[in-house]
Design a protein around this ligand. Structure first.
Ligand code: R7I
Ligand code: MG
Ligand code: MG
Ligand code: MG
Length: 311
């Protein structure tokens, strides 16, 4: 049967955290096998997350506090407040694996530099890293339609990432997650449900080429290594968001398989698996995630809380 809205909200957040936690221990490693990942899933003890989950929780809390009739649409993200909240999360736990650019931006913000200035201190054209996309999935629950989700995604990402490709990446991940939430989980997933709205929201030749490749590879038997070679698996937004979408589309209804595919593709494994996990969890719901691994997630209590608030 089709999962309920709250199951899907839980699936989105827990799928993201699971991908981040499992992916983190394989970052930058090649030749990772299915058995290596299965062992990590079945181990005991807490599963610790990285910056991807830490900042997703900040954005989820931000959105949850701004829900209500008078706080919809553009008001769903208060950029000045969000910039400070993200910087405070970094300051509290700077060891979570943050990128070099955002680390400097966050330090400047905590020292009082306005965020619009702080985010160009290291990269004058703005960072094209995937940090805006990795944390964006909760906006898929807050926006009522594709247009609103795209706008919330842009506003949530721009407080750290000014480069157009980072913003495109956040919009792509958020809109794809919103579409996954709206699909019947008992029906086959069609790539044609994703590509036209993504092309509409992300107006860029580079990204349109990536979407065409994703569409082609979704219906192929490409392995994770070939997928990474075709789409990229690095910390840039265009080099990671399309691979996450493909990981999901290749394994509809099987969130663990989507996460394993993302990890086996190598490179920025925590982030690609987190984004794939958010998509797959939003589509299949919490009950489709592996119970043992999910029970070990460090942030479990907050993930439940925000899923219920945002559902
Ligand atoms: O985007 P960001 O938050 O990084 C996210 C990644 C994820 O994999 C997390 O799991 C975590 O490990 O980090 O952080 P940024 O520092 O803004 O960008 C990440 C990296 O992208 C930078 O450290 C640079 O290596 C690269 N990068 C750039 N390099 C050259 N010129 C981003 N923008 C530029 C650029 O304009
Ligand atoms: Mg990380
Ligand atoms: Mg990293
Ligand atoms: Mg990463």
């Amino acid at each position: 049967t089709d999962p309920t809205r709250v199951d899907r909200a839980r699936g989105l957040l827990f799928g993201l955290a699971l991908g981040d936690c499992l992916g983190a221990s394989f970052e930058g490693k090649d030749g990772v096998t299915e058995a290596d990942i299965v062992r990590a899933e079945h181990a005991t003890g807490p599963l610790s997350h990285t910056d991807d989950t830490a900042l997703t929780l900040v954005l989820a809390r931000h959105l949850a506090h701004r829900r209500g009739a008078s706080n919809r649409g553009r008001d769903g993200v208060d950029t000045d407040v969000l910039a400070r909240e993200l910087a405070e999360a970094w300051e509290a736990e700077p060891w979570r694996g943050y990128g070099g650019g955002v680390t400097t931006s966050f330090r400047l913000i905590t020292e009082g530099t306005p965020w619009r200035e702080a985010i160009r201190a290291v990269f004058p054209d703005g960072s094209y890293g995937n940090g805006g996309a990795m944390r964006v999935a909760p906006v898929a629950l807050a926006g009522g339609d594709v247009r609103e989700v795209a706008e919330l995604a842009r506003r949530s990402a721009e407080v750290t990432h000014a480069h157009a490709d980072a913003l495109h990446g956040a919009v792509c991940q958020a809109v794809a997650t919103h579409l996954a939430l709206g699909l019947d989980a008992t029906e086959p997933v069609r790539v044609a449900r994703f590509v036209p709205p993504l092309r509409e929201c992300v107006r860029s030749a580079l990204w349109h080429d990536k979407f065409a490749l994703v569409a082609e590879l979704a219906d192929s038997d490409v392995d994770p290594g070939q997928a990474a070679a075709a789409l990229g698996n690095d910390v840039s937004a265009p080099g990671s968001v399309p691979l996450a979408l493909l990981s999901f589309l290749r394994h509809p209804g099987r969130p663990v398989a989507a996460i394993r595919f993302a990890i086996r593709a190598g490179g920025d494994t925590d982030t690609v698996a987190a984004m794939a996990g958010a998509l797959a969890g939003a589509h299949s719901g919490y009950a489709a995630l592996p119970a043992h691994a999910v029970s070990r997630l460090e942030a479990s209590r907050h993930l439940h809380l925000y899923a219920e608030h945002l559902a």
